[in-house]
Design a protein around this ligand. Structure first.
Ligand code: ADP
Ligand code: GLC
Length: 493
C-alpha cells in the first residue's frame, strides 16, 4: 500500500499543550501513523505556555492568512519535532491570539475571541500546505476547533491548485463542545452568507462550527464504537442529533489507544516502585508511598479509591459529590486530583478538611501525581455521565487499578464488568448515571476487596493483560483516510 500524506490540525498535542485526552490522542495517533510509514504533519497554535527553547521551535516562514473582513493576518510558522516520533509539528505564532496563559480560557471562563483564534488556526493550516506546495491526501481535524477546515475546503479552496483533491476527516472527541459563536463569524470565515442556514452553519441564529464540520467533512468518526451510537440521539448530541443522523452512514467509532510507553508500571520513573502482573509487591510500595505523600494513614489493608479528572459535569463529579460523604462512612480511603468547576473545588476541599484521615483532594493539574495515584490506588473511579472514550481507565487497568465506571461510551467498550460466577471481568460497572448506582458499585467493590481477595487478584491480572493499542487505532484511521481520499477523487472527477 502506498504511504499517505496526512495533515492534522488541532488545539492540543502532548507534550506541547494538553488539557485532557485530546492532547494525548494527537500525540499518540500522529506518532503511530508516522511509525507506519505515513507522512504526518500536525498544525497547532503556538501557545504562550509552550517552551520554544526546550522544544527547539524554529521560525520557518511568515504567512499572510486571509481572515475575511479582518483582512490578512500575519503569522509566524515555527517548526519542531515531537520528542519520540518523526512527526513534523508546525506551530502558528500570532501573539495577540496565542501568547496569553491558557489554551481555551482562564479560570474556567473561555476566551471571548476563541472564534477568531481557532478560525486563524484552521485557515493557517490550509495556508501552510499551500506554502509548502504539499498536497495531503487527507486533512484530519479534531473537535470544533478545526472543524471549519472541511467547510473551507469545500468552499474557498474548492478549486485550489494545491488542495482541491484533498479529503477531510473529522474526529469528534466530545460532542458537548460545539464552538457556537455570534453569526458575525460568517464575515471572518468569508465563505458567503449563503451557507448560513439550518442545514449548514446556522444553529439558533448563531454559527455552530462542529455542526458545520460534520456537514462538510468527507468522513466523520468518534473515539469509541458505543459513543458513535450514542450521539445519534439526544441528550448525547446536544441539539445536533439531526446532523448526526443525516450523516450516520459516514460515521464510525474508532477506539483510542493508551500510550504504553508512558503508562507502564514496569518502567515508570514517576512511581515509587516498579511492578508487573507476576510480582505485585511494587504496587504495595506505591500505595504506601501515595498514602504517606497524601498524609493518609499507611494502611495497605484498606481499599484506596482514586480519581484523576477534569472536575466537570461530564465526569459525573456532581454524582460523586452527592455520595462521597456516605462513601467515607465505609472503611475506605479516597483521593481526588483535578481541577474544573469552582463549586467542586470548594466542596471537595471542605470535605477533605472534615475527613483528613480518609479523604484527600488536590486541586491542580499534576501529571506526575496522576501517575502516582493511578499506580498506588486499588480502584479508579469514573462516574462519567458520558465518555467519548476515556483514557485514564485504560491506564488504570494497565496498573492493576480496577476501574469503577458508568457503562457509557468508551468506558463501556473497554471495561468488562466483574462476574462473580465466572470470575471474569476487568472492573466494576453501573448502568444508570445516578449517585445511588455509584454508591452501590463502590460498595460492591469495597465488599469484594474485603471478602474476596482472590477475585480482586484475578481481576487485576486480567486488567493488566488488556491492551488497547494506538497501532490498532492507526490501522483503522488509515482505512478511514483511504476511503475518504477515494471518495474525494470520485467526487471531483
Ligand atoms: P478528557 O480528555 O475528557 O479529560 P481522558 O480520560 O481522555 O479525559 O484524558 C484525560 C487525560 O488528562 C489523561 O491523560 C489524564 O491523566 C490527564 N489528566 C486529567 N486531569 C489531570 C490532572 N488534574 N492532573 C494530571 N493529569 C490529568
Ligand atoms: C475527549 C473525551 C475523552 C476522550 C478524549 C480523547 O476529551 O472527553 O473521553 O478520551 O477526548 O479522544
Amino acid at each position: 500500500m502506498t504511504a499517505l500524506s496526512i495533515l492534522m490540525a488541532a488545539a492540543e498535542m502532548a507534550p506541547f499543550a494538553k488539557a485532557g485526552g485530546l492532547g494525548d490522542a494527537l500525540y499518540s495517533l500522529s506518532g503511530a501513523l508516522a511509525a507506519a510509514g505515513h507522512d504526518v504533519r500536525v498544525v497547532l497554535p503556538c501557545y504562550g505556555a509552550i517552551d520554544r527553547e526546550a522544544f527547539d521551535l524554529r521560525p520557518v516562514a511568515s504567512l499572510e492568512v486571509p481572515m475575511g473582513v479582518l483582512g490578512r493576518t500575519t503569522v509566524t510558522v515555527l517548526q519542531g519535532e515531537t520528542p519520540r516520533s518523526q512527526v513534523g509539528a508546525f506551530f502558528i505564532g500570532h501573539d495577540p491570539y496565542f501568547a496569553r496563559r491558557g489554551i481555551y480560557g482562564h479560570d474556567g471562563d473561555g476566551f471571548t475571541d476563541n472564534d477568531l483564534r481557532f478560525t486563524l488556526l484552521s485557515r493557517a493550516a490550509l495556508e501552510i500546505a499551500r506554502h509548502m506546495d504539499w498536497r495531503p491526501d487527507v486533512i484530519h481535524v479534531h473537535d470544533w476547533h478545526t472543524a471549519a477546515i472541511p467547510v473551507l475546503l469545500n468552499t474557498l479552496y474548492r478549486d485550489d491548485a494545491v488542495l482541491s483533491a484533498t479529503a477531510s476527516a473529522l474526529t469528534i472527541h466530545n460532542m458537548l463542545h460545539q464552538g457556537v459563536f455570534d453569526k458575525s463569524l460568517m464575515d471572518v470565515l468569508g465563505i458567503g452568507w449563503g451557507h448560513f442556514h439550518s442545514r449548514e452553519l446556522e444553529f439558533f441564529d448563531k454559527v455552530n462550527l462542529l455542526k458545520a464540520g460534520m456537514v462538510h467533512a468527507t468522513l466523520i468518526n468518534t473515539v469509541s464504537p458505543t459513543y458513535a451510537r450514542e450521539i445519534l440521539h439526544p441528550p448525547f448530541a446536544y441539539g445536533i442529533e439531526g446532523v448526526v443522523q443525516d450523516r450516520a452512514a459516514d460515521l464510525s467509532g474508532i477506539l483510542n489507544g493508551a500510550d504504553y510507553d508512558e503508562w507502564n508500571p514496569e518502567a515508570d520513573p514517576m512511581i515509587a516502585a516498579g511492578y508487573s502482573a507476576s510480582d505485585l509487591s511494587g504496587k504495595i510500595l506505591c500505595k504506601k508511598d501515595l498514602q504517606r505523600t497524601l498524609g493518609l494513614p499507611e494502611k495497605t489493608s484498606v481499599p484506596l479509591f482514586g480519581l484523576v479528572s477534569r472536575l466537570v459535569k461530564q465526569k459525573g463529579i456532581d454524582l460523586l459529590a452527592e455520595v462521597l460523604p456516605r462513601i467515607l462512612e465505609l472503611d475506605v480511603q479516597f483521593v481526588i486530583l483535578g481541577a474544573g468547576e469552582p463549586w467542586s473545588h470548594v466542596f471537595f476541599e471542605e470535605l477533605a478538611r472534615a475527613r483528613p484521615e480518609k479523604f484527600v483532594c488536590r486541586i491542580g493539574f499534576e501529571p506526575a501525581m496522576a501517575h502516582r495515584i493511578i499506580a498506588g490506588s486499588d480502584f479508579f473511579v469514573m462516574p462519567s455521565r458520558f465518555e467519548p472514550c476515556g483514557l485514564t481507565q485504560m491506564y488504570g487497568m494497565r496498573y492493576g487499578t480496577l476501574p469503577v465506571v458508568h457503562a457509557t461510551g468508551g468506558l463501556d467498550d473497554t471495561v468488562e464488568n466483574f462476574n462473580e460466577t465466572t470470575m471474569e471481568g476487568t472492573g466494576f460497572k453501573f448502568y444508570a448515571p445516578t449517585a445511588g448506582a455509584l454508591y452501590d458499585t463502590i460498595g460492591w467493590a469495597t465488599h469484594t476487596y474485603y471478602h474476596n481477595g482472590k477475585a480482586i487478584r484475578t481481576l487485576m491480572r486480567r486488567a493488566m493483560s488488556k491492551r488497547f493499542t494506538w497501532e490498532e487505532a492507526a490501522r483503522k484511521y488509515e482505512d478511514l483516510y483511504r476511503i475518504a481520499a477515494r471518495r474525494k477523487t470520485t467526487a471531483t472527477l
